[in-house]
Design a protein around this ligand. Structure first.
Ligand code: ATP
Ligand code: MG
Length: 736
């Protein structure tokens, strides 16, 4: 009986085991089975690939007479040089520079065509072929596995190797490549699969691709590199063209391929200015990539199996499946003195029809902000020339002061006036226009030129029509340009007009990159974005040259709401804010600085001693006046004392009015404020204030210039100086 149960139990157990086990076994081995199948399929595919041509080419070295071709090319070149020389005789205006530029491009395309046609002659082809051995030896000396290849090998056992040439290769070259790559991979436990291809577009030479890395010794690559360098070489003189032609002809005649190394990837999909790619194994965040059509982009997202990048230009010509190349550097922009007086786009390319930018240096757009030990306290003033600001919210060199207000409240006006006021003060200015209208930027440039301010100013203009990617990088480019001057020991003023639009552009990019959105649909790192930008403004210590970047970011509010997400962020990052009040603006009080809500956390440390003393009680007096004025709206009997406070407050407010493009020297501001607060303007109707102010300036400029200078340079605004000033003012009042 018992024996029967044992057998039944045993049978049940076996059945259960078979049912459960089969599934597990299938799960464990099924994947492997499928993998083997796909490997077999792939092997079949490889077999179908065109096999290399192993025979040594038997063509005899025919001495093809291609003198006709060369002559033709040379006559075209001569013609071009003649036309360029004609420019040289005339004065070298900007337009001519542009024409030389165009001629040079045309010249290059002619020369390129000629080189390509030359290589179709056997004589030249054989000459290049004779170098194959040298080229491949050089390449095999360099090959190595990158971290990206190793990561790939972890998941796949085979790394693909492709050897491409413009013509059939000799057997021993292919065998050598096979041996070297197999050896290299076996050392790390991997396998290779070598494909040998022919591609006539390479013109001549060899190209070996291992994984994503390409070792390129082809004529096509040489031409590409030459063109790229040529586009970067400043062309200021006609002899540059001659020099280029000579270099090119020499290089074409005695062609010695050099090995260029780069990494390739493939475009997976493109939409809305965002491109997803695979390959590019070792790419870094922020690195620049170049598409086949010549457009460039910047990597902003790295995932395990795909890479997201933003495209700077037009993305319509980028096809999915096309190749994309690592440029091998973080996005950077030209920097240097040559940028002064120029209008450039976010990548630093000139857009002002003044021709080529003769830069010698570039800087990465993202750069680490100076640390605490590298900084010095903010202690010298950066005068804006605007009374309401210099007296009440003084800005110091190296400070970050936010200009905030509703639309059309004079935010840009303040920034532009500050730039104009830097004339003769040895401060470089950079104005970054983000998402502004082209006409506005043109107007700003015109105004700056009219006031002689363009000489020390660079405008970075990224209009609203530009891609979000360009709007996103514009302030960083500006910062890089500013840093060049700061680290050279100079003072720089940079205006970001405005960061609200910048935040919107970044939100657009983030949403397109499928990043999770947070408050007001902005991505979580928007605070980090603005803080890492504004932290780069600093006053460097003396050991580092003592240069500074003063940043004036601008933020637009909606209906005066400074508690929205972006405004609160930027308020907390900056060292103070100038709040512009729409109501004051509409009342005609311009600049419409709201004294109560504006603050500068650097304060008096960034004022001259005279200004500091004169303006010390200004804020309280103005606040007192506003409070009283509001109270008086209810209309009640006023005693004499109150009447007096009201009148002087009114005059003070009136004195703080200022027209655009009319910066006032710091000492003159101090004299005016002193005169009004000490009652020298009492009795003047508010409408007469403008006249009083003008005459006062004229009087001190012409008749009391010495005293004005004394006030400017005084270490202390002491009683003696005060007495002298009072005497001068009494004399002025008696006269007028
Ligand atoms: P937006 O929000 O469009 O950028 P904004 O806040 O930058 O505007 P501005 O363009 O600087 O404002 O100025 C708006 C208008 O106010 C302009 O027409 C300008 O001429 C005028 N304005 C600004 N400041 C003054 C001033 N101090 N005196 C007279 N007019 C002024
Ligand atoms: Mg503006």
């Amino acid at each position: 009986m018992e024996f029967k149960y044992v057998i039944i139990n045993f049978l049940i157990l076996v059945t259960v085991l078979i049912i459960v086990g089969r599934k597990t076994v299938k799960r464990i081995f099924g994947g492997r089975y499928e993998r083997i199948n796909s490997d077999l399929d792939r092997a079949e595919e490889i077999e179908k690939m065109p096999m290399p041509f192993y025979e040594e080419p038997t063509v005899e070295a025919v001495d093809t007479d291609c003198s006709e071709e060369t002559d033709k090319a040379q006559s075209v070149v001569a013609e071009k040089i003649a036309s360029i020389e004609a420019f040289g005789e005339r004065e070298k205006s900007e337009v001519h520079r542009g024409m030389i530029e165009d001629a040079r491009k045309e010249l290059f395309s002619v020369m390129k065509e000629n080189v390509i046609s030359l290589f179709s002659y056997e004589k030249y082809q054989n000459a290049v072929r004779a170098l194959d051995r040298q080229v491949i030896d050089e390449i095999l000396k360099r090959i190595s596995l990158t971290p990206g290849d190793m990561a790939y090998l972890k998941h796949h056992d085979v790394l693909y190797v492709t050897l491409t040439s413009a013509y059939p290769l000799s057997e021993d070259i292919v065998a050598d490549v096979d041996r070297a790559t197999t050896q290299m991979l076996e050392a790390v436990g991997g396998k290779t699969s070598l494909w040998v291809l022919e591609d006539s577009s390479l013109v001549g030479g060899l190209r070996l691709r291992i994984g994503d890395t390409v070792y390129d010794g082809t004529v096509a690559e040489e031409l590409y590199q030459f063109e790229k360098n040529m586009n970067h070489e400043p062309i200021m003189h006609d002899d540059t063209v001659g020099h280029l032609i000579q270099e090119f002809t020499e290089r074409a005649e005695s062609f010695r391929p050099r090995i260029h190394q780069y990494q390739l990837g493939r475009v997976m999909s493109v939409s809305d200015g965002i491109c997803w790619m695979d390959g590019l194994a070792d790419i870094m965040y922020g690195e620049v990539v170049e598409f086949e059509c010549g457009e460039r982009g910047m990597v902003l997202d790295i995932q395990q199996n795909r890479i997201g990048c933003v495209i700077f230009g037009e993305f319509e010509h980028i096809e999915s499946g096309s190749r994309v190349r690592r440029v091998g550097r973080i996005a950077s922009v030209p920097v240097g003195e040559c940028l002064l007086g120029r209008v450039v786009d976010a990548m630093g390319n000139p857009i002002d029809a003044m021709g080529y930018l003769p830069y010698k240096q570039t800087r990465p757009i993202e750069y680490k902000a100076p640390g605490i030990l590298e900084r010095a306290p903010v202690n010298s003033p950066l005068h804006t020339g605007i009374k309401a600001i210099d007296a009440l919210v003084p800005i110091g060199k190296g400070q970050r002061e936010l200009i905030i207000g509703d639309r059309q409240t004079g935010k840009t006006a303040i920034a532009i006036d500050t730039i104009i006021n830097q004339k003769g003060k040895d401060t470089v200015c950079i104005y970054v226009a983000i998402g502004q209208k082209d006409t506005l930027v043109a107007e700003i440039k015109e105004k700056l030129e009219a006031h002689g301010a363009m000489e020390y100013t660079t405008i970075i203009a990224v209009p609203a029509s530009a891609s979000a990617a360009l709007q996103y990088i514009a302030p960083f480019s500006g910062s890089a340009m500013a840093e060049y001057f700061m680290y050279a020991g100079k003072d720089v003023l940079i205006v970001y007009d405005d960061l609200s639009k910048h935040a919107v552009a970044y939100r657009e990019l983030s949403l397109l990159l499928h990043r999770p959105s947070g408050r007001e649909a902005y991505p979580g790192d928007i605070f980090y974005l603005h803080s890492r930008l504004l932290e780069r403004a600093a006053h460097l210590s003396d050991e580092l040259g003592g240069g500074s970047i003063t940043a004036l970011p601008i933020i637009e509010t909606l209906a005066g709401d400074i508690s929205a997400y972006i405004p609160t962020n930027v308020i907390s990052i900056t060292d103070g804010q100038i709040f512009l009040d729409a109501e004051l603006f509409n009342e005609g009080q311009r600049p419409a600085v709201n004294v109560g809500l504006s603050v500068s956390r650097v304060g008096g440390a960034a004022q001259t001693p005279s200004m500091k003393k004169v303006s010390s009680s200004l804020r309280t007096r103005l606040a007192q006046y506003r409070e009283l004025a509001e109270f008086m709206q209810f209309g009640s009997d006023i005693d004499e004392e109150t009447k007096k406070t009201l009148a002087s407050g009114r005059l003070l407010t009136e004195a703080l009015r200022q027209a655009r493009y009319a910066p006032i020297e710091d000492n003159m501001q101090a004299i005016l404020i002193f005169a009004v607060s000490e009652g020298y303007a009492d009795g003047i109707a508010p409408e007469g204030m403008e006249k009083f102010e003008k005459e006062l300036y004229r009087y001190f400029a012409e008749e009391k210039a010495e005293l004005a200078l004394k006030i400017k340079n005084a270490d202390r605004f002491d009683d003696e100086l005060k007495k002298e000033l009072r005497e001068a003012l009494s004399e002025f009042c008696v006269r007028s």
